[in-house]
Design a binder for this molecule. Structure first.
Ligand SMILES: CC(C)(COP(=O)(O)OP(=O)(O)OC[C@H]1O[C@@H](n2cnc3c(N)ncnc32)[C@H](O)[C@@H]1OP(=O)(O)O)[C@@H](O)C(=O)NCCC(=O)NCCS
Length: 189
């Protein structure tokens, strides 16, 4: 079992459990078809967001494989919700996790996604003791590819039209980062 200490602070952001009051600001970026084009859900209505906050986005700690912790990402300076991130515990045996992330487009282009995911990597490797953290990205999602490449993830595979997703065949890129690669990237700065 592992439960991070909340809030998790980075230079400009704060990561904390998602609250009922986050539903309205989340609607701004989860009801937008373009913004959710490459994420596994949506576009979502306010009622759907509220239902998810009460259920699958409510987890704050890892107890067993398949648990996921979704965290709200707040701009420290303003207290505004800028997006949310998720860490899935995919396998206990393989000590594997997977990250997901989404920003309100009004807050993109500032490095917030990479900063928030970097904090999530520390939760996964240092906190949960993971060996490998992966990211699965639609190859058309160039902004997302830049986020993981900036964090040192290696591109491991390109699965051509492997997924029937939102009404079309999708080519997925598999990216991953191992614990020792992450530790040496931190030392190198
Ligand atoms: C994927 C997503 C989170 C990326 O957002 P983003 O704003 O491009 O990523 P970051 O917050 O890390 O910002 C990086 C950009 O900010 C720029 N930047 C500006 N100031 C910066 C700073 N102080 N530090 C770091 N980067 C900074 C970087 O140069 C970079 O720009 P570039 O990508 O044009 O080179 C966003 O596009 C999104 O929410 N998409 C919809 C949901 C989605 O597809 N999620 C991923 C599913 S796999």
């Amino acid at each position: 079992m592992f439960a991070p200490d909340y809030p998790i602070r980075t230079e400009r952001l704060l990561l904390r459990p998602i609250e009922a009051a986050d539903a309205a600001p989340m609607l701004d970026y989860k009801a937008d078809a373009e913004n959710v084009r490459y994420v596994p859900y949506g576009p979502l209505t306010l009622a759907e967001i509220e239902e998810r906050i009460a259920t699958r986005w409510a987890g704050t700690r890892f107890e067993k494989q398949d648990d996921a912790v979704c965290l709200a990402v707040e701009e420290r300076e303003s207290g505004r919700l800028v997006g949310d991130v998720v860490l899935f515990w995919r396998s206990e045996n393989d000590r594997e996790g997977e990250v997901g992330y989404i920003l309100d487009p009004r807050f993109s282009g500032r490095g917030y996604a990479a900063e928030a995911v970097a904090a999530l990597l520390a939760v996964g490797f240092d906190g949960l003791g993971l060996h490998r953290i992966a990211a699965r990205i639609d190859e058309r999602n160039a902004a997302s590819v830049r986020v993981v490449e900036r964090l040192g993830f290696r591109r491991e595979a390109r699965l051509v039209e492997s997924s029937w997703f939102k009404g079309e065949w999708t080519t997925l890129l598999i990216y991953a980062l191992l614990e020792d690669e992450w530790r040496s990237s931190i030392i190198e700065g």
